[in-house]
Design a protein around this ligand. Structure first.
Ligand SMILES: CC(=O)N[C@@H](CCC[C@H](N)C(=O)O)C(=O)O
Length: 370
């Protein structure tokens, strides 16, 4: 079996949450330590790894980033190499991203390219975000590339397709964590309680008016409440309710407006229902903004070798945006032909033939065009 596919299957079995990618990091280090130290240098950062592969001239340093974390989703693919970690799955394709980086690294160690190539195996993309601390760490200066690339699997495109665009490719994203405090009591005496479930329901519905009533309809934004929790049984009024969600926008102004309106609505809910609400915003992921010149260079190359689509921006978030704020570069979608499933679904099953396809493509690009 092709080395990188073997890597993917091994990684698929051990999905781990952000900053707890201990087995994944050990697995990556095991691969790196098999190479001669005069070809490869590396450092660990939290559960991530920086690697430099020496080029023939080393005049420049090209960066390639792979995110390595999994998601708290119970896998339902039935694959023979499915997750061995109950309740966790590589449901966003980071096993593909990491094995592509390992395969590309092996290729250019065995047959060097002109430039040094730096690989960033980054933890916690799904949250709380590993890209920002990784590039703020002093180690980043030792590995700093002059341009950077990253990819994300795209189940909706067939294998052999690359999609990207100059400018904003992914939205900015910010998690929202809300806890509602009231007064629990008997279901039969609601007037003696402060029911957080009713406040929670009203809050969810009001939050859903922000995008439609406060954001310019010509712009795109999203508020999703992905998790709600409250109560202990049918005849006890819940004294505490929790909501977790995420907000997306394509520019900073809209993201700030989303935050402002969430605060306003929460004040209103407190006044109308007599509850107290604790609101916490997570890290803001910046938009992924692709460098125009680098997209031109890369897309011209791809058009000669594969199918290139100039796609629309997507409302997915990606902390690769932090890296692209610091270093010019680009992210692109890699077709993995799984249109009946999708990202963050328990049935996600990317076509592995995309792995050798993109390793060949990037190897060729890094060797002759970058
Ligand atoms: C590519 C992808 O699916 N990324 C995640 C990033 C999540 C960021 C953060 N945890 C949030 O929810 O805001 C996405 O959900 O788009």
């Amino acid at each position: 079996m092709e080395y990188a596919i073997e890597m993917r299957r091994a990684l698929h079995k051990i999905p781990e949450p952000g900053f707890k990618e201990f087995k994944t990091q050990a697995f990556i280090l095991e691969q790196i330590r098999a190479y001669p130290p005069d070809r490869v240098t590396y450092d660990t950062f939290e559960t991530g790894v920086f690697v430099r592969v020496k080029g023939l001239t080393g005049n420049r340093t090209i960066g390639y980033r792979a995110d390595i974390d999994g998601l708290p989703i119970e896998e339902a693919t039935g694959l023979p190499f499915c997750s061995e970690h109950p309740g966790f799955m590589h449901a966003c394709g980071h096993d593909m991203h990491t094995s592509i980086a390992l395969g590309l690294m092996k290729r250019i160690i065995e047959l060097p390219v002109m430039d040094d190539v730096v690989f960033l195996f980054q933890p916690a993309e799904e949250g709380p975000g590993g890209a920002e601390p990784m590039i703020k760490s002093p180690l980043f200066e030792k590995y700093r590339p002059s341009e950077m690339y990253g990819l994300h699997v795209a189940p909706e495109y067939p294998v052999g397709t690359i999609a990207s665009r100059p400018g904003v490719l992914f939205a900015s994203a910010r998690e929202v964590h809300i806890t509602i405090y009231g007064q629990s009591g008997h279901a039969a005496f609601p007037h003696l309680t402060i029911d957080t479930v009713v406040a929670q329901a009203a809050l969810i519905m009001q939050l859903q008016t922000i995008v439609s009533r406060s954001i310019n309809p010509m712009n795109c934004s999203v508020i999703t409440i992905g998790k709600v929790d409250a109560g202990i049984r049918e005849n006890v009024i819940a004294g505490r309710a929790v909501l977790d969600g995420t907000m997306r926008a394509l520019n900073g102004e809209d993201m700030e407006k989303l935050e402002r309106r969430v605060r306003d609505i929460i004040r209103g809910i407190e006044a109308s229902f007599g509850v107290k609400i604790d609101l916490q915003f997570g890290n803001r992921y910046y938009e992924v903004v692709n460098d125009r010149h680098i997209v031109d260079k890369f897309s011209s190359f791809v058009k000669m070798n594969a199918n290139y689509i100039e796609c629309d921006a997507a409302m997915t978030g990606e902390d690769f945006g932090f890296m692209l704020k610091e270093i010019p570069g680009m992210m692109f979608w890699l077709g993995v032909d799984n249109p009946t499933s999708g990202l963050h679904q328990p049935t996600l099953n990317p076509d592995e033939s995309a792995i050798p396809f993109v390793i060949d493509l990037l190897d060729h690009y890094f060797r002759e065009y970058v």
